[in-house]
Design a protein around this ligand. Structure first.
Ligand code: ADP
Length: 514
């Protein structure tokens, strides 16, 4: 496809792939390209990626998009970067990796995270930094490196995230945007600077970290070799951008106060944008930077679409067979069966914590529970109860966010879950709020491109993105169902509280007997 208009490229360095998307006027997608890469699990609980492979994917995806559009380099107006949060790698003095890139899913620092919370003033570190104390975050990972690999820790010249590594390769400079920095657990939200107390605790100096820059910071003068390989002018403005989570809010148009973005893929997240930094007295939510006037408050849940996948794979062989014969997706059949059952699954309740839980409980020992089973409950009740359980967990995160930022008025959904109109309506009923389905392709890449335009002064504010996004459908809550769900949701939260201690016992049993 040929484009005459100026093009902005959003590059999203994600966990499963890097995607480059070229956008034209009004955020219209002109071309895109993605390259996948694996997660390396050298030991149980570890999750790493090869930085060279990811850097090569960045170069190749940008080049592929420019080739697909057949445009001269002069037509590329700017590039904006998005990247997954919480990654960490160690570099030597010549910028060579001493470790692979340790990603958010890596659990090696469970013990360090627990110790930070119990003995090392973790909750006050969370309140200063906005990052929950959890093995996903770089802070406990750094403590792990210090304790388990002290020689490597001492030899490390710089500790960086994946995006910083990419920018270092391209420009020979160590820079980190406030957004990625705000998800490390080392960055103070109030001073926009590294937290001296946390550095002291780690025995690190600020010289071992990159220079902090706003998300709108512009880099120019790319190394010729890479500019050539990508098909870019070395002086094209490259806007350092932010993290994928906060940019996804921009990309779905959940930008104004009270507008929440709910993404449910394998896992899930609820996020809203606040004009000021806000953390939670109870430590349930995160607060990450986007711009000085946009702070993203939210919470991740481990238990999203993975639960329906689990049901399909472990118990759904009859549905899989029928779906195969009919030539439809097994998920469609499962959700059709669930539709036969009234809201509330006739009193069958499901706590969905099959993978432990992050927000709002932050409890790795939490486990799943079916409650209230009776002889009247059939296969379809169980399917519906699982889908309702996912909605309850999303709702519980949204309530924690509401306590921090104020009421949420509008919900925008995306991810695999959003393919099902029935599941979307269920969430609207559960939350008692209108739910919108925006047309989204690559929300984080669009957010990165929009932030680049904002940095260049081409759009007056990020709100402009809202006018680019079409709403495909809307769901108005059914009041009767909302009442049923609110009664069941009370039981859900009480059940969690009552089972909390038992979850510890069964999780310990599972560890010993698993
Ligand atoms: P990820 O990108 O995190 O791997 P996806 O966004 O592809 O995940 O979503 C996958 C999940 O979305 C599935 O596990 C399933 O729960 C849900 N899903 C996908 N398609 C459908 C559908 N047609 N109906 C209901 N749920 C679906």
């Amino acid at each position: 496809m040929e484009a005459k208009q100026p093009v902005v490229i959003g590059v999203d360095i994600g966990t499963t792939s890097t995607k480059a998307v070229a956008f034209g006027e009004q955020g219209r997608t002109l071309a895109s390209h993605a390259i996948d890469y694996p997660i390396i699990q050298q030991h149980p609980g570890w999750a790493e990626q090869d930085p060279e492979e990811i850097f090569a994917a960045v170069v190749k995806t940008v080049n592929a998009v420019i080739s697909k559009l057949k445009i001269p380099s002069s037509q590329v107006k700017a590039i904006g970067f998005s990247a997954a949060m919480h990654s960490l790698m160690a570099l030597d003095v010549s910028g060579r990796p001493l470790t692979r890139c340790i990603i958010w899913a890596d659990n090696r620092s469970v013990e360090q995270a627990e110790r930070l919370l119990d003995e090392l003033s973790g909750i006050s570190i969370y309140k200063r930094t906005g990052t929950p104390i959890h093995p996903m975050s770089p802070l406990p990972k750094l403590l792990w490196l210090k304790e388990e690999q002290p020689d490597l820790f001492r030899q490390t010249h710089k500790f960086v995230s994946m995006k910083e590594y990419v920018l270092y390769q391209l420009y020979g400079q160590y820079v980190v945007d406030y957004s990625i920095a705000s998800a490390t657990g080392l960055f103070r939200l109030d001073t926009l600077d590294w937290d001296e107390d946390v550095l002291k605790l780690l025995g690190m100096t600020r010289a071992q970290l990159s220079s902090l820059v706003p998300t709108t910071h512009i880099l120019r003068g790319m190394r010729k070799e890479w500019a050539e390989q990508m098909g870019l002018d070395p002086n094209v403005p490259v806007v350092v951008g932010a993290s994928d989570g906060v940019l996804a809010n921009v990309g779905v148009g959940a930008i104004l106060p009270g507008e929440a973005a709910v993404t449910i893929g394998t896992s899930g997240a609820v996020r809203t944008i606040s004009p000021i930094q806000k953390t939670d007295e109870k430590g349930r939510t995160f607060c990450y930077a986007l711009t000085p006037n946009h702070w993203v408050v939210g919470g991740p849940t481990n238990n999203g679409g993975i639960l329906l996948r689990w049901l399909r794979d472990e118990f759904g062989s009859p549905e899989r067979e029928v779906a195969k014969r009919l030539g439809i997706d097994p998920y469609e059949l499962l959700t059709k069966y669930a539709e036969r059952v009234p809201a509330g699954s006739e009193g069958l309740l499901f706590l969905p914590f099959l993978s432990g839980e992050r927000a709002p409980y932050w409890n790795a020992n939490a486990r799943g529970t079916f409650f209230g089973i009776s002889l009247r409950h059939k296969r379809e009740h169980f399917i519906r109860a699982v889908m309702e359980g996912v909605c309850m967990s999303v709702f519980s995160v949204a309530l924690a966010i509401r306590d921090v930022t104020g009421p949420l008025s509008e919900i925008r959904v995306s991810g695999g879950f959003a393919k099902s109109p029935f599941w979307r309506q269920m969430l609207a009923d559960m939350m008692g709020k209108e739910l919108l389905v925006p047309e989204t392709h690559e929300a984080s890449a669009l957010g990165a491109a929009a932030l680049a335009l904002y940095a260049l002064g081409d759009i007056p504010s990020l709100d402009t993105v809202k006018t680019w996004i079409h709403i495909l459908s809307r769901h108005v809550p059914n009041e009767e169902n909302t009442l049923i769900y609110s009664e069941l949701f009370d039981i859900y939260t009480r059940l969690y509280d009552r089972l909390k201690d038992e979850f510890d016992v069964i999780a310990s049993f599972q560890r010993r007997n698993g």
